[in-house]
Write a protein that binds this ligand. Structure first.
Ligand code: R5P
Length: 310
């Protein structure tokens, strides 16, 4: 078996260290320099010839995170890595996944194409905004589910009278997974987006009166969808609201919105690091490092990853 080398880009240094710790290896040396004009330079500071290389980098903004990952892939290819797996805990641009109005780009397909054209052999990611995005990559994609991480925590809480809420139609599959595993009913919110980053609730299907509500989503960006759903649930007589979401992008005023909302606790993973300079006392982070570490180990050993989710 050849050697495995794991490197983290600047978007996921903290997570990368935890993944390495799970695997009992050192995070590989990667030199990152910014030239005076802002250009990015990367260099592996160790030999990686013939090795199985894993590059951990989420692709949330700024776009430099994507650029840095592309340069890491190119440097690994030119340094004769045997295989390059890009580990993208949060795959940004995923919401731009279809041409649903004239003259728009399918940006997630562009990112997928560029990553593979530059030299990625495999992709390992978690909770893509839409599972079909896997098809944008012409290389194998392994897809992990944060719901398995959250489930342990939620089961231990033993919340009585629990109802799961999907804050939009796209979250219903995820919500019904929680419903089945937590033995709870399902409520679906139908949301419209009159323009980007604006969410308006049209209808709520199901009853939440007297219930403790768990809202589940893949992503919180501006916080509009999650907080809007939480407020609506309280208006409809819910006893309490907690939430969980895989990717805590939390842009704009999202931290403040969450802090001021009726949400008692928001559980997230560390695919995107929280901003330490913002109020986040209601936010609990459960690390996805062991799940990624295990998936990396199994990829390296050519073992099943889907068996992690049975
Ligand atoms: C949307 O379809 C996603 O699942 C999230 O609900 C959405 O991206 C969250 O965005 P925001 O926090 O800006 O409402």
């Amino acid at each position: 078996m050849d050697k495995m080398n794991i490197f983290a880009g600047s978007a996921n240094m903290f997570l990368g260290r935890k993944v390495a710790e799970y695997l009992g290896v050192e995070l590989g040396g990667l030199e990152r320099v910014r030239f005076s004009d802002g250009e990015i330079f990367v260099k592996f500071s160790q030999n990686i010839r013939g090795t199985d290389v894993f590059l951990i980098q989420s692709t949330f903004p700024p776009a430099e995170n994507i650029l840095e990952l592309l340069f890491m892939i190119d440097a690994a290819k030119r340094a004769s890595a045997r295989r390059i797996t890009v580990v993208i805990p949060y795959f940004g641009y995923a919401r731009q996944d279809r041409k649903d109005e004239p003259r728009v780009a399918i940006s997630s397909k562009v990112i997928a194409q560029v990553l593979t054209n530059v030299g990625a052999h495999r992709v390992l990611t978690m909770d893509l905004h839409a599972g079909q995005i896997q098809g944008f990559f012409e290389v194998p994609v392994d897809h992990l589910y944060a719901s398995y991480i959250f489930l342990d925590y939620l089961v231990k809480k033993q919340i009585p009278d629990l109802t799961i809420v999907a804050p939009d139609i796209g979250s219903t599959k995820m919500a019904s997974f929680y419903g089945k595993n937590l033995n709870a009913d399902l409520v679906i919110v139908n949301k419209q987006r009159p323009r980007p980053n604006v969410a308006e609730i049209e209808t709520v299907i199901g009853e939440v009166s007297g219930k403790n509500v768990l809202i589940v989503d893949d992503l919180i960006d501006t916080g509009g969808s999650m907080v809007g759903a939480a407020v609506k649930m309280m208006e409809r007589g819910a006893k309490s609201v907690i939430a969980c979401c895989s990717h805590a992008m939390l842009s704009g005023q999202a931290y403040e919105k969450i802090a001021e909302s009726p949400i008692e606790e928001l559980v997230v993973t560390d695919t995107i690091p929280l901003r330490e300079d913002r109020e986040h006392s209601k936010i609990k982070v459960i690390s996805c490092a062991s799940m990624f570490g295990e998936a990396i180990k199994r990829t390296h050993l050519e073992q099943s990853i889907s068996s992690l989710f049975v």
